[in-house]
Design a protein around this ligand. Structure first.
Ligand SMILES: [Zn+2]
Length: 323
């Protein structure tokens, strides 16, 4: 009996500590990056070419550090290792990693034309997860476009000839985007964010990118950045391309769901025993969970631990709800 009591006591103590978590962004300088996060969210950026801001991640290339409450200064990895089920939910028992990577991307210039592998290829060849991703378009200048899949009837042969002859752009599908668009990019889809597009990206926690074309640019060392044509050809999905239904309000795939939400003045949200993430896009307010009120504003990302069965969101907010 004594042992059982102590176990319950410890669990209660752990629960008492848990609250909605905020994080320090991890900035990535890129040759195509810019300063959009400064103008959109009032961020202080460490350099003039910030391409990515990793908001929520436990990846070897970037680690989120908690920036509020009693766990301030701890990494998300440390907290998950101590209590994976409390943070991630029962479905993730024994996992030490956050399964998603959430970031903002500022395409101040074109990103490379690229493709990501699916899980099977990524595990077999690279020992990593695959990478299916989704974009919410936060900002897009007039005429802004993305590359999203291949033109109709492009076969592997046509595509590899186009790449070999340096004329890859005509075989790609170029599509206009507007702020508010929500786009699923399944692994295997050739894609690129072109100049003037800022997105919030939700993806599997993976950093595997195969570059197909880099607009003949040079990297920071003055040399062209590496291309990965052979691997790209092994993972590209030829045939039917993803549909162009960008005005959808939500996306669900095997790895995550993303939903656009307007809050005014109050919403109660239920976790279903699974972690919840809010990316605050506009406005300000509070996320209240376990008696702790966490102030939030545009540009911030909040992780609601799975053990908090419900939270209240108050204020006037436009956000992405991610699970
Ligand atoms: Zn990508």
């Amino acid at each position: 009996m004594h042992g059982r009591k102590r176990r319950i006591g410890r669990r209660e103590e752990a629960f008492n500590w848990v609250y909605p978590l905020k994080f320090k962004p991890v900035y990535k300088e890129m040759i195509w990056g810019g300063r959009a996060l400064e103008s959109l969210f009032g961020r202080k950026l460490p350099s003039s070419r910030i391409g990515e801001s990793w908001e929520l991640c436990t990846h070897p290339q970037g680690m989120s550090c908690i920036n509020n409450g009693i766990w301030q200064g701890k990494t998300l990895q440390e907290v998950i290792e101590q209590q994976p089920e409390t943070i991630l939910g029962k479905a993730y028992a024994g996992q030490a990693q956050f399964p998603l990577l959430i970031k903002y991307i500022d395409a101040n210039d074109h990103l490379s034309i690229q493709v990501h592998p699916g899980d099977e290829y990524a595990r077999r060849v690279e020992g990593e997860r695959g990478k299916t991703e989704a974009w919410y378009v936060v900002d897009a200048g007039p005429g802004a476009e993305i590359i999203y899949g291949l033109s109709d009837t492009v076969t592997r042969e046509i595509f590899s000839q186009a790449v070999a002859s340096g004329a890859v752009e005509p075989v790609l599908r170029r599509v206009a985007v507007c702020p508010g668009d929500l786009i699923l990019v399944p692994a295997g889809t050739v894609h690129s964010l072109l100049k003037g597009v800022v997105v919030c990206e939700v993806q599997q926690s993976s950093d595997l990118t195969y570059r197909i074309h880099d607009f003949n640019r040079t990297g920071p060392d003055g040399k062209p950045r590496a291309l990965h044509i052979e691997k790209a050809l092994e993972v590209i999905s030829f045939g039917e391309q993803p549909p162009l239904n960008f005005t959808q309000d939500s996306i669900t795939c095997s790895y995550f769901s993303v939903r656009k939400w307007q809050v005014k003045p109050l919403v109660r949200d239920y976790s279903g025993g699974h972690f919840l993430v809010y990316c605050i896009l506009q406005g300000s307010g509070q996320v209240v969970g376990n008696g702790v009120s966490t102030p939030v504003q545009a540009g911030e990302t909040v992780l609601v631990p799975a053990c908090l069965e419900s939270v209240e969101i108050m204020g006037e907010l436009h956000l992405l709800r991610i699970q």
